[in-house]
Each structure stands twice: as structure tokens, then as C-alpha cells.
Design a protein around this ligand. Structure first.
Ligand SMILES: Cc1cc2nc3c(=O)[nH]c(=O)nc-3n(C[C@H](O)[C@H](O)[C@H](O)COP(=O)(O)OP(=O)(O)OC[C@H]3O[C@@H](n4cnc5c(N)ncnc54)[C@H](O)[C@@H]3O)c2cc1C
Length: 410
């Protein structure tokens, strides 16, 4: 008898860890649009050169053995009735069991020009692009430029002061300040973080916010809360605060302002909540399709601490439940449920600091930076990869790579 066909869509946190759980248990295919996994929590350290691409973005063929077929393609549609997945430039795939783990995409919330002219920050290529933009802005400055002109030419804005916006803006500010010193430029770079809510990291507790606010201050990031971005152009940003609009000349705008569902999930004929998230049972199954499991950023899971919504932590924890339940489903056994709790928070704040919240206690500074590296080593996929990366960080270090003039850059 042939093995049941399991098709996993998406090779991020939900997809890769489910694939690792199921490898060998059935005929498993992992469909994903890239050739590598990405450990997104360390994309900031990749931007600054503290880590290399191979540390945080191992190739799927290095993580998975031949028990999992890797199909590198873009999923264009899923038909739950005929149990078929349509792919770009490839034959459709049929499945017995489907795992939906397609994650989210950047949400520009309809702001004029935002999608065309601001930079997303979700992939290695986005970090490379942003680094190039910072280098290009620095390279344009003649050594004798007056401080106020320099400041205007090297102005970057980050939209959204959630964890991502604060981690990114502090990292960018530290890199730019360092480059100013190395290049002996007059004045200072300007990095702003712009937030609609009345505080930074609005979804996080006060303890960790204190460390974030301190880091933003130390990295000299300008914080604009209660502020709405209304327009982005190639070299300008318009924002509104207390009813007044202001235009700001920028060398680059990065958009970390939100996440929305992938178009494939938007078009899927299944039960969703108001935000478009797939409603899943506590077993991770879709309510009307018991052979379809959904997890990660696209699924509304009823039994998790609310702060876990939309996090790698949740997708990672759900993957082991998904793997276990898919095996039980195939064997005709009872499926399990699980309550998911916070595993702790770790934020990278600039190139020298971090903040870690664990066991209800927060700590910051250089020690937290080390703790974050240690914690994340243990969360990378596969023992083999963890050991290689852990050894590299321990023996070769995690020093940032300065923003060098184009031609000398990495
Ligand atoms: C910069 C950044 C930093 C973050 N930091 C943290 C953090 O510190 N802690 C934390 O808990 N969470 C963090 N997150 C959130 C975390 O990355 C997500 O919650 C997590 O990745 C969700 O896992 P997922 O499996 O649902 O989706 P993803 O990990 O996004 O995986 C989805 C996968 O599907 C692929 N895909 C999408 N559409 C298609 C398609 N049509 N065809 C084929 N493949 C497709 C994508 O390329 C991707 O590989 C961060 C996110 C970002 C962007």
C-alpha cells in the first residue's frame, strides 16, 4: 500500500519544524518559494553583519534528508474540495493531508506610495537591500558637507515601533553612527521610528518596554508616537501628528507596520475570523476539513497566550503538535490539544545591547545580548545546524560588520 501523501505549504517556522517531525512517517513534500529557511528573529543581526547568511538561513537540502521532497515553487491556489495545490510553473500536487503554513506578508494598510517606495524587512534580500541603501546614502556625502546637510541626506525612517521596528531602528542607528565615526563625517545621521499608538512596543509589557525605550535613547533614535504615516514617495515621507502634517526628506523608509494574510489564504474557501486568519480547532485542523492542518501566522489558534499571536515561538510550538496530530490522524488515533505559553522574549537592541524577558523577569545590556545568542542557538532547526552555528559564534565571534564604502562591502 502506498504511503499517504502529506503536502506542507511554506518552509518557515511552522512548515520546516512540521516537516522535521514528519520526515519518514509518510510521503512528505515541502513546498516553498525559497531554497532556504529563515530564522527571522536574527534578520537584524544579519543586517549588521553580526551573523552570516548560513547561520540563520540554512538551505532546506541541508536540513532535511531525502525523506522529504523539497518542491521549490510558488503556491498559487489551494482547492480543498479536489485536494489539489496549484503551483507556479509546476504540475499541481494532490494530497491526502495538507499543512498550511504560508505565513504573512507586509501590510502597507493602503498608505499612498508605501508599497512602491518603502522597503519591507522580512527576507535576506530585504536586509541586503537596506544595507545597500544605507551605504549609498553615506557614500553620497562629501567629507566637507555641513552637519545639517549631512543629517538631512542620511535620514532613515522606520514605520512601526513594534518589536521589529525598535530592533531595526536601533540596529540601523548604531551602524550609521559607527560609519560616521569611521568616515569622519560631520554631524549625525537621523533615524526615526514612527508609531500610531501612544507608546513603543505597544503589545509588550512595561518591564521590557523600559529596556526598549532606554536602547532607543542610547542609539539616538527619534521616537514619534501618536503619529500616522500618510504618504511615501521615492525620497520623502509625509506624516501626521495631532492633525498637523509634515514632510520629511528621507534616504530610505522601512515598513515594519504590520502583517496581512497571503493572497492564497485570502482566496481559500474556509472559515476565517475578522482579520482573515483561518479558524482552527485546538487540534490545528480546519473545522470543515479534518485532513487540513493550519498553523503559524495564518491561523487563529484558540488556546495560546494572546501575546504569542503572530510569533515564531507559537509556530515553532504548534509544529510539534501538528506533527504529532498528523501521525495520529493517519493511524486513526485520537488527536491531541495543547495550551501554548510564552517561552520568553528576546529583543536585539542595537549592536551592543539586547533585552530578554524570561520567567517573568527582564534584563538588558551586553549580558542579554549573549543570552539571546545562546537562546537562539537552541531554537535553530536540527542538532547538526545548531552545533555548527553555536561553534561558529563561540569561536569566531559575532562582531558587527561596519558599513564600508561600496566596493568594500560584503
Ligand atoms: C524581521 C522579523 C523578525 C521577527 N522576529 C521575531 C522574534 O524575535 N520572535 C518571534 O517569536 N517572532 C518573530 N517574528 C515573527 C515570525 O517570523 C513569524 O511569526 C513566524 O515566522 C511565523 O511562522 P509561519 O510558519 O507562520 O510563517 P513564516 O515563517 O513566514 O513562513 C512562511 C513561509 O512560506 C513561504 N511562502 C509564503 N507564501 C508562499 C507561496 N505562495 N508559495 C510558496 N511559499 C510561500 C515563505 O517564503 C516562508 O518561507 C519576526 C518576523 C520578522 C519578519
Amino acid at each position: 500500500m502506498s504511503k499517504p501523501k502529506i503536502v506542507i505549504l511554506g518552509g518557515g517556522f511552522g512548515g520546516i519544524f512540521t516537516a522535521l517531525e514528519l520526515a519518514g512517517a509518510a510521503d512528505v513534500s515541502l513546498v516553498t518559494d525559497a531554497d532556504h529557511f529563515l530564522f527571522t528573529p536574527m534578520l537584524y543581526e544579519y543586517l549588521s553583519g553580526e551573523v552570516a547568511a548560513w547561520h540563520i538561513a540554512p538551505r532546506y537540502d541541508e536540513l532535511l534528508n531525502e525523506d522529504v521532497h523539497i518542491v521549490q515553487s510558488v503556491v498559487t491556489a489551494v482547492d480543498l474540495k479536489s485536494q489539489t495545490v496549484a503551483l507556479e510553473n509546476s504540475q499541481p500536487l494532490n494530497y491526502d493531508v495538507l499543512v498550511l503554513a504560508l505565513g504573512g506578508i507586509t501590510n502597507y494598510v493602503g498608505v499612498e506610495g508605501a508599497e512602491e517606495f518603502s522597503m519591507p524587512f522580512r527576507k535576506l534580500a530585504h536586509a541586503d537591500n537596506l544595507r545597500r541603501r544605507m551605504v549609498a546614502a553615506l557614500d553620497r556625502i562629501p567629507p566637507d558637507f555641513a552637519p545639517q546637510d549631512v543629517r538631512r541626506e542620511v535620514t532613515f525612517a522606520v514605520v512601526g515601533a513594534g518589536a521589529s521596528g525598535c530592533e531595526l531602528s536601533t540596529k540601523m542607528a548604531d551602524l550609521l553612527h559607527d560609519a560616521f565615526k569611521r568616515r569622519a563625517l560631520h554631524g549625525e545621521p537621523r533615524v526615526l521610528v514612527i508609531e500610531l499608538a501612544d507608546r513603543v512596543v505597544p503589545g509588550m509589557g512595561d518591564q521590557i518596554r523600559e529596556f526598549v525605550e532606554d536602547a532607543l535613547h542610547q542609539s539616538r533614535v527619534e521616537v514619534h508616537t501618536n503619529t500616522r504615516v500618510v504618504k511615501v514617495t521615492p525620497d520623502e515621507l509625509t506624516f501626521e501628528h495631532e492633525g498637523r502634517q509634515e514632510n520629511l526628506k528621507t534616504a530610505g523608509v522601512v515598513w515594519t507596520g504590520g502583517v496581512k494574510m497571503s493572497p492564497v489564504i485570502e482566496q481559500l474557501d474556509a472559515e476565517k475570523n475578522k482579520r482573515g486568519l483561518l479558524m482552527v480547532k485546538p487540534t490545528l485542523q480546519l473545522s470543515q476539513h479534518f485532513n487540513v492542518f493550519a498553523l503559524g501566522d495564518i491561523a487563529f489558534f484558540p488556546d495560546a497566550t494572546p501575546t504569542l499571536a503572530g510569533t515564531a515561538q507559537l509556530a515553532f510550538q504548534q509544529a510539534s503538535l501538528a506533527g504529532r496530530n498528523i501521525k495520529a490522524y493517519m493511524e486513526g488515533n485520537e488527536l491531541h490539544t495543547k495550551h501554548f505559553e510564552e517561552l520568553g522574549e528576546a529583543l536585539s537592541l542595537g549592536t551592543e545591547r539586547a533585552a530578554v524577558l524570561t520567567g517573568g523577569k527582564a534584563f538588558g545590556g551586553a549580558l542579554a545580548r549573549q543570552a539571546r545568542f545562546a537562546l537562539y542557538t537552541s531554537r535553530l532547526p536540527t542538532w547538526h545546524h545548531r552545533l555548527r552555528v553555536g561553534a561558529s559564534w563561540f569561536f569566531e565571534g559575532t562582531t558587527p560588520q561596519p558599513l564600508l564604502p561600496l566596493g568594500f562591502e560584503r
